[in-house]
Write a protein of this length. Structure first.
Length: 188
């Protein structure tokens, strides 16, 4: 059996813990150049990206990145027409290692980039690290929570409940008050 890939999550949330507004759209106010640079650099090191049908990163290297797109529209695995280098994956029909093998991706970690259903699935599977960016000056009342409902927990509470511990908060953009904290699974 192949060794399990390291799983890392990436998200930016508003001050109230939302990843999108009430319409499910990531507003411009939540997009930050410093955070996008941090995010793009990390994705350049990832072997596989995982996201839902409506999530994407829209970077210069996006088309070259191998990815799994979660969907219930296929029984297990199927090639995607767009984007290139993508496999449609239904976790109910195929295990994660089989989906990764179908991509024939090189070594490296798996980057989970959204949305709530995908973040929640990997919360249950177990993140090795989660890079949680926060835009402290943005509020999205009634928006979409990072991990879905998760009993109304904040993103930090959800990560802590799964045994992850926060590292030091790093300031990405002082003017916009955007920070990132990497939550890690403790060493065994």
């Amino acid at each position: 059996m192949a060794e399990r890939r390291r799983i890392e999550g990436f998200a930016i949330v508003s001050a109230d813990g939302m990843i999108a507004d009430a319409n499910g759209v990531m507003p411009e106010a939540l997009k930050n150049d410093a955070d996008l640079s941090f995010f793009a650099a990390a994705l350049d090191r990832a072997a596989v990206l995982v996201h839902g049908r409506h999530s994407h990163e829209q970077h210069a290297n996006s088309a070259s990145r191998p990815r799994l797109v979660l969907t219930r529209r296929v029984a297990a695995l199927a090639p995607a027409r767009d984007p290139p280098n993508a496999i449609l994956w239904n976790p109910a029909g195929a295990p994660l290692d089989e989906a990764c093998a179908a991509l024939d991706a090189g070594p490296g970690f798996l980057a989970v980039i959204g949305g709530p259903t995908v973040y929640r699935l990997f919360l249950e599977l177990g993140y090795d690290a989660f890079h949680l960016s926060r835009a402290a000056r943005v509020r999205l009342p009634g928006g979409l929570r990072l991990f879905g409902d998760d009993a109304g927990a904040t993103p930090e509470e959800s990560l802590a409940r799964r045994g992850l511990r926060p590292g030091a908060e790093r300031l990405l953009d002082a003017v916009a008050a955007v920070t990132v904290t990497t939550w890690m699974k403790p060493a065994a």
